[in-house]
Design a protein around this ligand. Structure first.
Ligand code: NAD
Ligand code: SAH
Length: 415
């Protein structure tokens, strides 16, 4: 039985699901194929992904393919209770997710979603797979494999693979080109600003925006900051990325120096302690801090709690921390992913790519799991190509194909 906040919220959740469905043509094509081919007939899938409208549509597509789907969120603050209620009303779907769940409740929802003994898992950030390798190892033997959505989740899987700890194959969806080039860059680039702007309702133009991390997400966030008219400062620890940011026209400096200059700080590193109590006293009064990377340790919320002399909610999703020096720093969305904790996450057209990859990778996994081994597997290039072609076709955008002579030329060394 589903665990949701309130079934009567379903009508507004259903509107949200229908809206994104109308804007996710690649996933819609896959749904039509799945309805005919039933690749998941008799299969149980447990999914832990932000319980939001695009995820809900992915769940219904998997169910169209014959699966029974047990869905939970991947962050207590990104769960939208109306979407969870709507999703729970679909056939062959159970939902275990409540907005604002405590850490214990969040964990109990993951455990409840796993109780079906799934053959396939779909994870975002590693919480589900982690539980299958710790508290609920007894369920791992039944799992044929899974798919992981995000950068940090894959880092963790690679660490498990290295220690021979991984108990089933996991497909690294994030590492497909049609994922990180679009979701991480353009998706995060747009949705982070959507989250910040709707939460603060403040101007960006003319301000100094500090972006920590110039990876795929950071590039998108910095690019859009520039578009808003901000002065953009990048902090990095990788010399190549720091050079890239410099050549892209941004100012690069260490966080210790940037701390005094920024009006708005956004961390997107997947690392910890990027902004801490050593930086807070250097910052301007009224500075806004937020995070778009994996966890709430990039901007150290525990340090803010430790050093503040006063703490107050200043507006929905904004907490002001007043320091002993009298300055107040404003933390958005509890330092969790600002685009999902204080917004609707990436746009539908972007999640169309990411979730088309998820759906096709899950089907590929079921067909091939026996030969994949306990490894982290790349998404097959044919799936990546299919998703790009299908997206281009839906826009529509036409492009060139190699002639036979060109193919031969590119393969030769003496032509
Ligand atoms: P990435 O590996 O491409 O980039 C991370 C960058 O941060 C790297 O260039 C790295 O050198 C830099 N970095 C690491 N530690 C740092 C530090 N202490 N200070 C400054 N820079 C540092 O990864 P990505 O794909 O850009 O993802 C970044 C994070 O965002 C991950 O945790 C990922 O899971 C998450 N993510 C969030 C969303 C979202 O919707 N908010 C979307 C995709 C990914
Ligand atoms: N458990 C982690 C998850 C990392 S979230 C946490 O919240 O702490 C990063 C992932 O969220 C990205 O890889 C992206 O694909 C996904 N995402 C972004 N917007 C989304 C949306 N609207 N719906 C579902 N997933 C989304």
């Amino acid at each position: 039985m589903s665990v949701i906040k309130d079934p009567s919220l379903a009508p507004s959740g259903l509107q949200k699901i229908n809206w994104v469905k109308a804007n996710m043509p690649v996933l819609s094509n896959i749904e039509s194929e799945f309805l005919k081919e039933k690749p998941f007939d008799g299969i149980k899938i447990t999914l832990s992904v932000h319980m939001e409208a695009k995820t809900a549509y992915l769940v219904t597509v998997l169910a169209s393919g014959g699966a029974s789907v047990y869905a939970t969120g991947s962050n207590p603050l990104s769960t939208q209770d109306d979407v969870a209620a709507a999703l729970a009303s679909f056939d062959n779907v159970e939902v275990f997710a409540v907005h604002g769940a405590s850490p214990e409740e969040y964990e109990s929802h993951i455990e409840a979603a796993l109780a079906c003994r799934p053959e396939v898992v779909i994870d975002d950030g590693g919480d589900l797979v982690n539980m299958l390798h710790t508290k609920r190892q007894d369920l791992a033997a039944n799992v044929r494999g899974g798919c992981e959505e995000t950068t940090t989740g894959i880092l963790r899987l690679r660490a498990m693979e290295k220690e021979n700890a991984l108990m089933f194959p996991m497909i690294a969806v994030n590492n497909a080109r049609t994922k990180y080039l679009f979701d991480n860059r353009y998706g995060t680039g747009q949705s982070v600003w959507d989250g910040i702007n709707r939460t603060t309702n403040l101007i960006v133009a003319g301000k100094t925006v500090v972006v920590a991390g110039y990876g795929w997400c950071g590039k998108g966030v910095a690019m859009r900051a520039k578009g808003f008219g901000a002065k953009v400062v990048i902090t990095e620890i990788d010399p190549v990325k720091a050079l890239e940011a410099h050549m892209d026209g941004f100012t690069v400096m260490p966080m210790k120096k940037a701390a005094a200059l920024g009006d708005l700080f956004i961390t997107v590193t997947g690392c910890r302690d990027v902004i801490t109590k050593e930086h807070f006293p250097l910052m301007k009064d009224g500075a806004v801090l937020c995070n778009a990377g994996h966890f709430d340790v990039e901007v150290s919320r525990s340090d803010l709690e430790l050093v503040c002399v006063k703490k107050e909610t200043r507006r929905a999703n904004i907490v002001g921390y007043t320091l002993p020096n009298g300055k107040t720093l404003n933390l958005l969305g509890e330092g969790r992913l600002v685009n999902l904790a204080a917004g609707d996450g990436h746009p539908a057209e972007i999640m169309d790519l990411s979730f088309a990859l998820q759906a096709l990778s899950a089907a590929y996994l079921l067909e091939n799991y026996a030969k994949l081994g306990r490894k982290v597997i790349d998404v097959p290039a044919e799936i990546d190509d299919y998703v790009a072609r299908a997206k281009l076709g839906s826009i529509p955008v036409d492009f060139d194909e190699l002639t036979e002579a060109q193919k031969e030329y590119l393969k030769s060394w003496n032509a």
